[in-house]
Ligand binder design. Sequence first.
Ligand code: PEP
Ligand code: MG
Length: 762
Amino acid sequence: MPEESGPGPEGPGENGGVESRILLKRLSQVMAEPGEGQERLDRITSMIARSLATEVCSVYLKRDEKTLELCSTEGLRKESVHVSTLRVGQGLVGRIAEQAEPVNTADAPNEKGFRYLKETGEELYSSFLGVPIQRVGEVLGVLVVQTREPRRFTEDEIHGLEIVAMVIAEMTELGAFLGPGAMEMAATHRRPFFAKGLSAQEGVCEGTVVLHEPNIVASVPVAEDPEVERARLHAAVRELRLEVDRMLESDMLSPAGEHREVLEAYRLFAHDKGWLRRMEESIDRGLSAILAVEKEQSATRSRMERITDPYLRERLHDLDDIANRLLRHVAGQQNGGAGLPDDAVLVARNIGPADLLDYGRSLRGVVLEEGSVGSHAAVVARALAIPLVIQAARITREAQNGDRILVDGDEGVAHLRPEETVYKAFHEKVAMRAQAKEVYAALRDLPAETIDGTRINLMMNAGLMADLPSLGTCGAEGVGLYRTELQFLIRSSVPRRSDQASFYSRVLDAAKGKRVIFRTLDIGSDKVLPYMKRQEEPNPALGWRAIRVGLDRRGVMRMQIQALLRGAKGRPLSVMFPFVAQLDEFETARELLLREVESERAHGRQVPESLEIGAMLETPSLAFAPDQFFRLTDFISIGGNDLKQFFFAADRENERVRRRYDTLNVSFLTFIEMIVQRCEAFDVPVSFCGEDAGRPIEALAFAAMGLRSLSMRPASIGPVKRLLRSVDLSAAREVIDGARRSGAQSVRPALFAWLMAQNAPV
Ligand code: PEP
Ligand code: MG
C-alpha cells in the first residue's frame, strides 16, 4: 500500500471536528449569499483567519500555468491584492503550488526559498502555513495563514486547512468567485479553450463532453450531515467491492498471473481500512463524501508525480483508478458507456481499444491528451468512423462533463466552450464536407480506373458488424481486411465457437457474395483482451502477438478456424494470418487450417466451396522469405502499419518518431515495389491494407508501384477513387521515377507539385 494501513495520524478531536464543520458550513453559506466574487473571497479569508486565530489569511490563485496572483487577503496590505504575483516554484507559495505539498514553518523569513513580497507587508509575520488549493491533482492556487508569534502548526491544523482548501477549490470550480476585472481568473473551466493536437481520424463533430475519468464537481462540497455522507461513502464502497469481485469472477482465462494480481490489488485497495478511515475523517471534518474521495485522490496523484519507481507508480495508478471508480459510485454514475448523452464526445488522457469499443457507436468523436495515430484505439476510432484528435495538451484538465465541444479531426483540433465566431466557421466546414460527400456518392458505382485504363480494386477494412452496411454504400468491392479481434475485444470473455460461427456467417450474409478476407485473431501489442493474462514484455510490439500467440495457444486458434469454416456454410472463404515473419509459421498455420477442413469433412459437415489461405506481410523478413512461401500462399496483404514501423524502426505508437519517416520515402516505396515484383514472379495476388492505402496521394503512389488492390476504411474509398480516376498512372510513375533518380529522399514534393499542376483533386 502506498500509505500505511492501520492506526494512522490522529483523527480530528471531537472539538476539532465540530469547529471544522462549523467553519465549512459558514463557507458554504457564503456561496449562497449575493455579491461579487471578490466580496465572497474576501469574506472567506477573514472568516478563516478568525476561525483559526491567525493574523493573516491569503488566497493566491493561478492566473495562468506559471503565475500565481494574490487574490484576497486578511492581514496583508489590501493594495497588494491583484498586484503581487509569484511564479510557480518561486518562494514558499510558489513551492506549494509546484509540489502540491503543504509548507509549515515557525520562521518563514529564514525558510529556504522564502521570497519576501515587499508590497504586502508580510515581514511582520513569522509563522507560515500554506496548503495547495487543488482539485483531483490539479493545483488551482494556494491558501496561506500566517501569525506574528513564531509557532509550528499542528498536524490537526494542517489537515483542517487542507479541508478548507478543498472546499475553496470546489467553490472556484462552481464559479463562486467569478466577477468582473481581475476575478476573471477564478473562472476556471468557463472560458473557451482551444486544443491543438494531431489528427488521427478525419471528420468533424459537435457534441457534449463525456470524460472517461470522471471529473465530478460536488454541487454541495460541504456535508450537511456527516452521518448521511458517511452512509453514502459506505454504500459506494460496498458497490465498489462488489464491482471488483465481479471483475475477478469474470476473469476466467487466467486463474493466476499478472492480470489477476492487478485485480487482487484492486480488491486490497477496496478493502483497505486506512484508506476508508482517512475518508471518514475528512467527512467528520465537514467534507461531502465526494470531496472526501477526491481529497485522497489528489494526495495519490501528487505522490504519483514524484515517484519514479515503476512498480510503486503502477500501484499508485491502480489506486487512482480505484478512486475514480469509487467517485462514480458516490456520485451515482455508471461505470462504462451507459447513460451517455446522444451527442457524446469522449475526452480522455488515453484509452485502449477495448475501452473505446465499450463506448462503441454512442460516441460522436474522441479527443485524447496522449494517444498515437498508429495505436489500435485509433484503428477502432477509424472503424467507428468517428473523428479522433490526439495529443491535445491539457484537454482532460480543461474539459468538464457536459461542456460543448467542436472536434475537427481533419485539422487535429478541438474547441471547448467555443465562441460564436468559431461555431460559425465550423458549421461552414460541415456544409463543405457534406458537398464533398455528394461528389463521392456520385462515383460509387464507377470503377477506380485511371485515365490510362488501369483498374485498381478498392476494398474496405472492417471489424464490427456495424461496418458492414458501408459495404453497400461506399463503393468497395469487398472487405480486404476483417479484423476479427475487435469482436473479442468488446467482450468480457472468449466468445464461444458457436457465437463466433454465427457472427462470421452474418458477416458473409451482409457481404452479399462480395469477398471478405477474415484475418485470424491479431492480439498482443496494444490489443490486450480484458480476460487474457497480461504479458509483461519489454517491447510488446516486437513481442508475443498475432500468429505467435495463435501457434502457442492452438486451442483458441483452432476454435476460431472451426468457427470460420462453419460460419461459411459452404460459401467461399478467405482467411489470412497476421504478422507472419517466416515460412514455417505460415506452413504450420496453413496445415492446421487444412487439417480442420478435413476433420469437418470427416464429421460430415459442410466445408467452404473454395478456400483461400493468405498471409499478412508485416515484417520485412517475409519479403525475403524462400520462394516456397510465395508458392504456398494464395495471396498476400501488406500490413503497412506494422511493416512501416519495422522498416524504419519507428514505433507506430510513438508520436515522437512516428512521423519522422514519410510513407513516400524512396526506400519504403522501393521496398513495396520489390514486394510487388516478387509476388508477380509467383503470380500471387497482393494488396495493401494499412491505413496509408486510404490516403489519396499514398494510394496513387502504391498503384504506381504496381499494386492493383488496396483496402482502406470505407470513408476513404470516395477520395481515393476520385483521385485515381483523374490521373494518368504512367505519367505519375514517371514523376516518381524522376524524383527517385534525382536523389530525393521522398517522392512526395514532386508528386504533389505534379498533381497541383494537373489540378487533381487532392
Ligand atoms: C497493419 O499492420 O497494417 C494492419 C492492417 O494491421 P493492424 O493495424 O491491425 O495491426
Ligand atoms: Mg498489423
